[in-house]
Write a protein that binds this ligand. Structure first.
Ligand code: SF4
Length: 180
């Protein structure tokens, strides 16, 4: 069984008819296979990500070879590495600059929970400042685990209603992070 944790799996949308459901599926399939990840790599886990992108593991097989270093053109934020508290506002700003729909993956123990750095200066998980959809465990996670996490994101994207981002539950989640 996978150790990867997926958060916010979509609930069924009441009253969606055949057309809306089919549209959701078509849009979801297209989105899931054309994600533009933004790698926010600060330390060792970033090296594993480089291996994930290289020819042996080749994330382009999943339609995600086009990395985006501009948050405006990215829809998947992949956070890899130790995030110092001083860096938190920068990460949050990057997240805020991404347009909806956007997804977030915490890759590795540091991004997920602070990892071994239980210190006054290190964020004990990026979900202290932004919502996270998928957590990938490991120190560092191997490329296979990163790909597994990516596939979890794809499943989430595929099954997500195109209207979920306007739903009160999602708005409430953002509000809990002080995001309008
Ligand atoms: S989880 Fe481990 S490998 Fe990844 S950034 Fe932290 S210390 Fe480095």
């Amino acid at each position: 069984m996978s150790d990867i944790q997926i958060v916010g799996a979509p609930a069924g949308v009441e009253g969606s008819g055949f057309f809306a459901t089919s549209l959701d599926k078509a849009v979801g399939l297209a989105r899931a296979n054309s994600l533009w990840p933004l790698p926010f790599a600060t330390s060792c886990c970033g090296i594993e990500f480089m291996a994930t992108m290289a020819s042996h593991y080749d994330l382009s097989r999943f339609g995600a070879e086009r990395l985006s270093f501009s948050p405006r053109q990215a829809d998947l934020l992949m956070v890899m590495g130790t995030i110092a508290k001083k860096m938190g506002p920068v990460l949050r700003q990057v997240y805020l600059q991404m347009a909806e729909p956007r997804w977030v993956m915490a890759v590795g123990a540091c991004a997920s929970s602070g990892g071994i750095f239980d210190s006054y200066s290190v964020l004990q998980g990026i979900d202290e400042i932004i919502p996270v959809d998928v957590y990938v465990p490991g120190c560092p996670p191997r490329p296979e685990a990163i790909i597994d996490g990516f596939m979890c994101i794809q499943e989430l994207v595929k099954t997500e209603s195109t209207r979920r981002r306007n739903e009160p539950q999602y708005q409430k989640l953002l509000a809990s992070y002080g995001i309008q």
